[in-house]
Write a protein that binds this ligand. Structure first.
Ligand SMILES: C[S@@+](CC[C@H](N)C(=O)[O-])C[C@H]1O[C@@H](n2cnc3c(N)ncnc32)[C@H](O)[C@@H]1O
Length: 383
């Protein structure tokens, strides 16, 4: 009743003093309008965060006490859906005797499950606040005697012997971490598998086969030494805070029967082959700069013997300006004639088995290995 009277008075006042002003039909409606606007405003990060923290089921099921701010720059998106966490632990097929390597344990949502099934978990975590958090979590479930946490950057830490790596990794280190796992630990790899949660698009590229548009150098390198399987897709809604992209869980299993090839040589060879996306091998290998580089490498004797993991990590090595940096003008006359003979040899090798018109992204590893063998046989070295 009071509201109706106030409404009437205000209406009269507006009619007298501001005859052109818009007067809503009823002030109560105006009030209602403000309410709905507030109710539909997109919840900001903190509201969303609080709601998830207080939730006990669904995707917000794992606890997060907000005792410190999560650092998105370090990929701190916690996996909070208990069903997904349980599935990852199940897919890992842990044995009671296993030592598990976990990269980036965060607050320990996954670690808690790994500790329940394995003999030992060694976790590498870069953020000391997370280190405290995961240690406290392990102790709260009485399994801290099974956990060792190494504080540091996983890319710069020497990994211990482990049976299986299980991790929801920060996506920014996916390529170098996979390269480190597969190419740094010697051959054959001593671990059974790596079960990794990766950005969905990255996982698709890793799973791509020759001829697929996503197929790249990293996929070719990984396929040489391991098999990759898609285990499941995971929604971005299952993380706190939600990242912008969905994820996929993959299992990478080192092969027992890795082809007998010098890995250093292979990595350098794929670096050259994938240096120009969608160009033919003929176009790639006939670049003046590439020919001169291969010529001088093939002449020199002392070659590096340690695998360069950074080399293995590049997904593609695109350099379309190769010929612009050409310094062949500075070559001596003798070099020029040697290099032109060398070029003829390269072209002959490519033509001998029909590789010249082929694109590397469409070749199987068997074909790439064959081409590398042909080059090496004729004294052309890459590593
Ligand atoms: C995506 S979160 C995963 C957290 C936790 N495993 C989970 O599933 O909820 C990534 C974790 O990796 C850590 N991290 C980021 N970069 C790292 C690096 N280079 N080495 C080791 N840990 C890293 C972050 O601090 C964070 O705890």
């Amino acid at each position: 009743m009071e509201r109706a009277a106030a409404d009437l008075l205000l209406r009269l006042y507006l009619r007298l003093h501001h005859p052109k002003a818009y007067v809503p039909p009823l002030l109560s409606q105006l009030h209602f309008h403000f309410h709905t606007k507030a109710a539909h405003r997109r919840p900001d990060y903190h509201e969303d965060d609080r709601r998830k923290r207080n939730a006990t089921g669904g995707s917000g099921g794992e606890p997060w006490d907000r005792s410190f701010r999560l650092d998105k720059g370090r990929g701190q998106h916690l996996l909070t859906n208990p069903r997904v966490l349980d599935s990852i632990a199940r897919v890992a097929c842990l044995r009671p005797s296993d030592t598990v390597l976990e990269i980036g344990p965060g607050t320990g949502n996954l670690t808690a499950r790994l500790l329940q099934s394995a003999r030992r978990v060694v976790a590498v975590e870069i953020d000391p606040r997370m280190v405290d958090s995961v240690l406290a979590r392990a102790s709260s479930i009485g399994l801290d005697d099974r956990l060792t946490v190494v504080t540091g950057d996983a890319l710069k830490t020497d990994f211990p012997e482990f049976d299986i790596c299980v991790a929801n990794i920060p996506y920014g280190i996916s390529s170098p971490l996979i390269a480190k796992l597969l190419f740094e630990s010697g051959r054959p790899c001593s671990f059974r598998s790596a079960v990794l949660l990766l950005q969905k698009e990255f996982a698709r590229r890793l799973l791509a086969t020759p001829g697929d548009s996503e197929f790249n150098r990293l996929a070719a390198n990984v396929r040489l030494v391991a098999t990759v399987e898609l285990m499941m897709d995971v929604s971005k809604k299952d993380f706190l805070p939600s990242p912008k992209v969905d994820s996929s869980l993959v299992r990478i299993q080192p092969k027992n029967d890795v082809p007998d090839v010098d890995l250093d040589e292979w990595l350098a060879f794929t670096r050259t082959c994938f240096s120009k996306k969608n160009k033919t091998l003929g176009a790639i290998f006939k670049q003046k700069k590439k020919i001169a580089e291969l010529h001088s490498r093939s002449k020199s004797e002392g070659r590096a013997s340690k695998i360069n993991v950074d080399e293995a990590a590049d997904e593609d090595v695109i350099n379309d300006n190769d010929d612009e940096n050409d310094d062949s003008d500075n070559l001596l006359e003798q070099d020029v004639s040697e290099i032109s003979l060398f070029k003829e040899k390269i072209v002959w090798i490519l033509k001998s088995e029909g590789f010249e018109a082929k694109r590397p992204s469409k070749l199987s590893n068997e074909e790439l290995l064959r081409l590398l063998h042909l080059f090496n046989q004729e004294g052309v070295q890459f590593g």
